[in-house]
Design a protein around this ligand. Sequence first.
Ligand code: HXC
Length: 260
Amino acid sequence: MDYETILFEKDGAIATVTINRPKVLNALNRATLEDLDRCFQAIADDPAIRVVILTGAGEKSFVAGADIAYMQHLNPLQAREFATLGQKVMNAIEQLDRPVIAAVNGFALGGGCELALACDIRIAGENARFGQPEVGLGVIPGFAGTQRLPRLIGKGYACELLFSGDIIDAGEAARIGLVNRTVPREQLMSSCREMAGRIAARGPIAVRLCKDAVNNGIEMDLGRACRYEADLFAMCFSSPQQQEGMKAFTEKRPPLFDSD
Ligand code: HXC
C-alpha cells in the first residue's frame, strides 16, 4: 500500500512503520494521521505480522509534535476534530492486537510523546528528548497525553511535565519510567528488532492475549480484572499453540508456533 507521509516495511513477522517528514522533524499533520490510520488498519488485517516497530525518519526526531503550522489557524470545531482524529490513531495503536515498540530516535514532543505513549514498549536512543510543551503554545495535549502520561508514570511526574512543558533527556525519561530503556543511538533499531524478534518467537495468541489483559484489565477494578485474566488464560487452552508450547517443554525442544 502507498502512503504519502509514512514508510512501511515488512521483514518476516516484523513490520516497521516510519513517519517520514524529516524536514519538519516528522510533525503530525492530517495526512500523516490519515496514513497512520490506514497503515494500522492494514496491519490489523495481516495476521502474518506479529510485532510492529514505530519510528521517525532522519537522525534527529521521532516526532516533534503535531504540526504547528497546520494547527495555527484552526477554529475550535476543527481543533476538536483534529484531536479526535489523532486520538483515533493512538487508540488504534494501543488496541492493535499485537505489540507495538516505539523506537524513539530523537525528539518525542507533544503529539510525538503522545504517539510513543500509545505504544506498548518504548526504547530510546541516547539522543531522545521527551516533553509535552503544549502549554508554551497556549494549548494542552490533545492526543490523550493528559490521560496516558499519568497512567504510565504516575500523576506527580506527569503533572510536572504537563504544567512546565520541560523537555527531558533519555536518561531522565528512563528514570521516571517513561521509556523502558535507553541504548546508544546507533544500536536503536537493532535493539528494537532484537526485542521484536524475541516477542515474535513466542506464542502469538498468548502475546495477543497478554496485551489484551494488560490494556483492558488496567481500566477495571482488580477483582474484575483478575476474572478477565482467568477468562483469557482459559481461552489459551482452546489453541494448538498451548499444546505445542507445553509439549515442546516436556520434549526439551524449542516450540514451533505456526501463525494462527
Ligand atoms: C511544525 C515543526 C515542528 C512542529 C519542528 N518543526 N517542529 N513544524 N510543527 N511541531 C519544523 C521547524 O519549523 C523547522 O522548519 C524544522 O522543523 C526544523 O526545526 P528547528 O526548530 O529549526 O530545529 P531545532 O532548532 O533543532 O529545534 C528542534 C525543536 C523545535 C526543539 C524540536 O523544532 C521545536 O520546539 N519544535 C516544536 C515542538 C513542539 O512544541 N511540539 C508540540 C506541538 S503541539 P523550517 O521550515 O524553519 O526549517 C502538539 C499538540 C498535540 O503536539 C495535540 C494536537 C491535538
